[in-house]
Design a protein around this ligand. Structure first.
Ligand code: SF4
Ligand code: SF4
Length: 186
């Protein structure tokens, strides 16, 4: 049963009051282990809430939290994720780097088991001083991550929670979402 105020329109107008943004990756990682059970319950709780209402709250939280986090101090997605590359992206970047596709593929790509092209290093080879050295031509997955600005959050629970322990933006949005929805923590 949801608290009655979740159905009141003004509830969703309340500006997020963000007291603390956690950016320490070790803290986030250990909190994610400690909150495993709570997060499972939260995922089930979210199933009862209207998807549009969740999206508007997630977007509001994302807009408040993301500017407060400096991705160049973190870079954890570039250091820990497998990056997929499309044919077109490989064409664009190889040409920007003045390389033939053949050389580019040999130097930077490998084929995944599902046939997808992947960057062949983790951390990503294009990460330099915690910054993307090919920022203008970075890949679609890089542009989209951590996807808290996108609609249909409810349909992306699996991937969002999969990255909760690695991305401070996702971690803080989800933690604040719990409070905004008056979710009873463990
Ligand atoms: S998107 Fe998340 S994991 Fe990537 S650098 Fe920014 S805060 Fe870190
Ligand atoms: S291409 Fe750039 S943004 Fe994408 S993973 Fe590599 S360093 Fe990060």
């Amino acid at each position: 049963m949801l608290p009655f105020w979740l159905n009141l329109p003004y509830f969703w107008q309340i500006q997020a009051k963000i007291d603390h943004i956690e950016t320490n990756l070790l803290t986030i990682s250990s909190l994610s282990i400690a909150r495993e059970h709570e997060n499972e319950r939260f995922k089930m709780f979210l199933q009862q809430v209207d998807g549009g209402q969740i999206d508007s709250k997630v977007l509001e939280l994302n807009n408040t939290i993301t500017p407060k986090i400096d991705c160049t101090q973190c870079g954890n997605c570039c250091k820990s994720l497998m990056i997929t590359v499309s044919e077109e992206e490989a064409n664009v970047l190889s040409s920007a780097l003045n390389q033939t596709r053949e050389n580019f593929d040999e130097q930077y790509l490998e084929k995944g088991s599902n046939g997808l092209m992947l960057i062949n290093t983790i951390p990503c080879t294009f990460l330099s001083d915690n910054k993307c050295s090919v920022y203008e031509n970075r890949f679609a997955g890089c542009r989209e991550f951590p996807a808290m600005h996108l609609p249909n959050f409810k349909q992306r629970l699996f991937t969002s929670f999969m990255h909760y322990n690695r991305c401070p933006i996702i971690f803080n949005v989800i933690e604040q979402l719990k409070d905004a929805l008056v979710f009873e923590r463990d």
